[in-house]
Design a protein around this ligand. Structure first.
Ligand code: SDX
Length: 387
């Protein structure tokens, strides 16, 4: 007799990790890094301080934060040969594909310090990733627009350096807009970790074979690239552009979503865990209005987004499915106002998630009970048959 065997299509729904880094309560819409509520950290902390907290488990003292910041500034330079690597990509290469390749390639320059069980090597790899990934992300953008690559300026911190490398040009000094620096720093905090999401589970699964940290994080970048995951922030802006350019009313668009026309989804909505408002989306929405007014980008897409949200929160189709805005719904509008093109939105997500991936990889490696990841399956193929 055939067993009725059920399988879970979201196979990783089963608890596949033991972690002390991030706590989420999906029903209540709670998110905490190492016990600290995301609202407190977004309001009072900095991305560098939060990265330290996630990786080392405690908020840094003043001296520890200074040393952490100095270490990262000291390692922003890339090996000159990495530039040849960038020249090999077609001009229109998507920055996420470039970033995942470049991060994996970094391991070839540091072949002598890839041992996941040597504390010193893990420490220097952590610093190298935190310092060089922002540079690589900026370089991917510069290559795509045919502008020269700048050298990092170590008088600037991670967020400031990234902005200057992305938008600066060699022909003039780059003026930092403190409101933009502060808004981006806060957005990076909001993306820094999120428990066992698709890309973090990928980093842990790859790392569980004792693969080096660069290759594991490169795999995470590829998972994040998917439009159902980190790629959603770019997909939201494309969706808002389409609604605006086609003159569709948000209300009519929502009918298409409800009728599930050709896979039309309300990008930036829904979440596997949050069945309430994503606490990060609430914080981003508050910033969106402030920064959009400040940058004079009175963007009509914000009004479209708010009408979509208004409709969703009052429509049974969405309410029954507990579909609320997630972290990706409003972020693209802010990134756009800062001057980033949509194809740079997911690299920005990767930049924010980087300390979370590093923290989760290190925690998995340090957990002596970790074994190689080996999900099982329900076999639904052919019975035994002879050739
Ligand atoms: C991130 O996991 C994380 O923590 C991820 C993340 C992180 O910080 O790492 O939070 C970041 O990835 C946020 C999510 C970004 N993705 C999007 O915004 C893409 C649009 N959202 C979805 O495709 C969807 O909501 C997911 C992928 C986020 C969650 O998918 P699930 O949990 O597998 O939900 P489902 O596909 O089983 O949908 C359940 C129902 C279905 O309806 P029925 O088939 O039951 O009729 O809800 C519907 C779906 O059709 N649905 C949507 C929808 N999301 C789910 N309908 C319209 N629009 C949507 N966005």
């Amino acid at each position: 007799d055939t067993q009725t065997v059920t399988y879970d299509p979201g196979f990783m729904n089963t608890a596949n990790a033991r972690s002390a880094i991030t706590y989420i309560d999906g029903e209540a819409g709670i998110l905490r890094y190492r016990g600290y509520p995301i609202e407190d950290l977004a309001k009072n902390s900095s991305f560098l301080e939060v990265a330290y907290l996630l990786i080392y488990g405690e908020l840094p003292t003043g001296d520890q934060l200074t040393e952490w910041d100095e270490n990262i500034r000291d390692h922003t330079m890339l090996h000159e040969d990495i530039k040849d690597f960038f020249n090999g990509f077609p001009r229109n290469a998507h920055p996420m594909a470039v970033l995942s390749s470049a991060v994996s390639a970094l391991s070839t320059f540091y072949a002598d310090s890839l041992d996941p069980f040597d504390e010193e090597q893990v420490h220097i790899s952590t610093i190298r990733l935190m310092s060089k990934v922002p540079v690589l992300a900026a370089y991917a953008y510069k290559k795509s627009i045919g502008q020269p690559l700048l050298y990092p300026d170590n008088s600037l911190n991670l967020t400031e350096n990234f902005l200057r490398l992305t938008f600066g040009v060699p022909t003039e000094a780059y003026e930092l807009d403190q409101d933009v620096v502060d808004a981006l720093d806060m957005l990076l905090i909001l993306h820094a970790d999120h428990e066992q999401n698709c890309s973090t589970s990928t980093v842990r699964l790859v790392g569980s074979s004792h693969a080096n940290i660069f290759g594991s994080i490169s795999a995470g970048i590829n998972a994040l690239f998917g439009p159902l995951h980190g790629g959603a922030n770019e997909a939201v802006l494309n969706m808002l552009d389409e609604i605006r350019d086609e003159g569709t009313s948000p209300e009519d668009f929502m009918e298409k979503v409800k009728n599930k026309e050709s896979g039309v989804r309300l990008m930036g909505f829904g979440h596997r865990v949050y069945k309430n408002y994503d606490p990060r989306a609430r914080i981003v929405k508050g910033t969106a209005e402030k920064i959009l007014n400040k940058l004079g980008a009175g963007d009509e897409r914000l009004e479209i987004a708010m009408r979509l949200e208004e409709k969703a929160l009052n429509d049974d189709y969405f309410v029954e499915r507990k579909l609320y805005p997630n972290v990706d719904f409003y972020t693209g509008l802010i990134y756009s106002a800062m001057g980033f093109p949509p194809r740079m939105f997911t690299p920005l997500f990767a930049l924010g998630r980087l300390p979370g991936w590093v923290a989760q990889y290190r925690e998995m490696i340090d957990d002596k009970e970790t074994r190689i990841g080996r999900p099982r399956q329900v076999y639904v193929g052919q019975d035994l048959r002879r050739y």
